[in-house]
Write a protein that binds this ligand. Structure first.
Ligand SMILES: Nc1ncnc2c1ncn2[C@@H]1O[C@H](COP(=O)(O)OP(=O)(O)OP(=O)(O)O)[C@@H](O)[C@H]1O
Ligand SMILES: [Mg+2]
Length: 308
């Protein structure tokens, strides 16, 4: 994708804080209209990546372009809405006054009432910004990110402090925003949210992109299916010899066969063990993929890679 066509492009971006290499060579291109989840464990580099996109941090090496511009130019031109992981609201204002004030800073803001409605903050409009719960504060911060009607929304753990209903409201508002053709990038720890709401998942670990694709593509990366069957008294060593089986586990009366070729394994299993019952074939879930791709030596930061 040519640079001009991407909403966000990071090219071999590195960013260190002192001796900590927070981002270590990230390449990423996000197309206009895409909703992308940055998924990864604590310390993976999600917030750092978001700070780079919002122009709040500068890369030590590599390039970041946002809507074809330098990040701070894109932000200054009101084309980007951001919501950081932490942040307080300006005090001694009501929620309504604050949203109106922020709207006035943008060249083409969305109608304030519409934004209050969309973010379920209308009932809080008359409330002082210091008198809000954590989840309410987060909704107001979402309203502030939306009110400039940005082409690109960048949200760091937008649902972290929200209860179940708050989450549902948030995602329904988000769907409306994404449906109107905006580009959305959000960081999350929640696999279900990434799976349910993102067109694409960028899995970060140790400051690198560990996987990039749809949830199904990422599941497929760890490949493998498992077969579970009730087979009392089975000889595990014999099961391990079946074609397409990589390991075997006993769970009470059942056995679980991790497979490299579940079709071949299943055929032979049923042929050789006609008493096997309750047979299930499962593909690896997103959670297995997440754990396999984000843990281990492949992604652990090593000191010799720390750049000066
Ligand atoms: N201002 C800073 N000073 C020093 N180190 C930092 C700073 N910000 C981030 N780091 C370090 O950089 C690494 C990446 O941090 P980052 O905040 O980007 O991770 P994250 O994926 O957002 O994690 P979390 O899920 O906990 O929010 C971590 O090792 C973190 O300790
Ligand atoms: Mg973070």
């Amino acid at each position: 994708m040519p640079t001009a066509d991407a909403s966000v492009r990071l090219s071999d971006v590195h960013k260190a804080y002192g001796t900590v290499q927070a981002v270590r060579g990230v390449d990423l291109a996000i197309r206009p209209g895409e909703t992308v989840a940055l998924l990864g464990p604590n310390g993976a580099g999600k917030s750092t990546t978001i700070d780079l996109v919002l122009g709040l941090a500068r890369p030590d090496a590599g390039q970041v372009r946002v809507l074809g511009e330098q990040p701070d130019d894109a932000v200054r031109n009101g084309r980007v809405g951001g919501m950081l992981q932490t942040g307080t609201l300006i005090e001694h204002l009501t929620v309504g006054e604050l949203v109106r004030m922020v709207a006035s800073l943008y060249p083409r803001p969305r109608p304030v009432d519409e934004v209050l409605e969309l973010t379920a903050t209308a009932p809080l409009a008359g409330r002082d910004t210091t008198k809000l719960s954590g989840g309410q504060t987060q909704r107001v911060r979402f309203a502030l990110a939306l009110v400039g009607d940005p082409d690109l929304l960048v949200l760091d753990e937008p649902t972290a402090a929200l209860d179940v209903e708050g989450r549902r409201d948030f995602w329904s508002a988000m769907r409306a925003v994404a449906g109107s053709g905006k580009t959305v990038v959000f960081a999350t720890h929640y696999l279900e949210e990434a799976d349910a709401y993102a067109d694409r998942i960028v899995l970060l670990a140790g400051g690198r992109v560990a996987a990039d694709g749809t949830a199904n593509e990422i599941r497929a990366r760890v490949g493998g299916r498992s077969i579970r069957a009730t087979l009392p008294g089975a000889d595990l060593a014999a099961l391990r010899e079946l074609p397409g089986v990589s390991s075997v586990d006993r769970r009470g009366d059942a056995v679980v066969l991790a497979c490299t070729d579940s079709d071949a394994a299943l055929r032979r299993l049923l042929d050789r063990y006609p008493t096997a019952r309750d047979v299930e074939v499962r593909s690896a879930g997103l959670e297995e993929a997440f754990l396999e791709l984000t843990t281990g030596d492949a992604v652990a930061p090593s000191m010799d890679e720390v750049r000066p």
